[in-house]
Ligand binder design. Sequence first.
Ligand code: 4NP
Length: 157
Amino acid sequence: MKVLFVCLGNICRSPTAEGVFRALAEREGALRQGWVRGIDSAGTGDWHVGSPPDRRTIAAARQRGYELGALRARQVTAQDFHDFDLLLAMDRQNLAALQQLRPVAGMAEVKLFLEYAECAAVDEVPDPYYGGAEGFEEVLDLCEAASRGLLTSLRGH
Ligand code: 4NP
């Protein structure tokens, strides 16, 4: 299973999801055992291509032990629908953008990431870019909850 996390800029939410899910997948042996074979993130927009995650994203993640500083933003492509099995959108705007981009023969499944978050009060990861520090903590909380659910779901397959 190869998973791609998708947000708008690929500098806040989806890099957080990528780093949190990778840490959990490594801890659970999913990569070593081969039932997770790829983890990446991308943005539907191109403004930040080549940039590291937002400094607030890196700092908040580092506080919880996730290292995101080496990540670089890229834009999602039609090829991603062939290269990944599951494309997980952070919100409905990203979901709609992915559905527009999907090539006819693209096989990847496209879903909202928070479908995997048990007990979450929301079904979209709010964009923290124009808000305060608490928004970055909420992104981490939601990514941790959904990553746990996603890993449980993938383990069952
Ligand atoms: P992200 O956050 O989609 O979680 O990476 C954003 C980052 C940048 C912008 C919007 C959202 N922007 O408009 O530049």
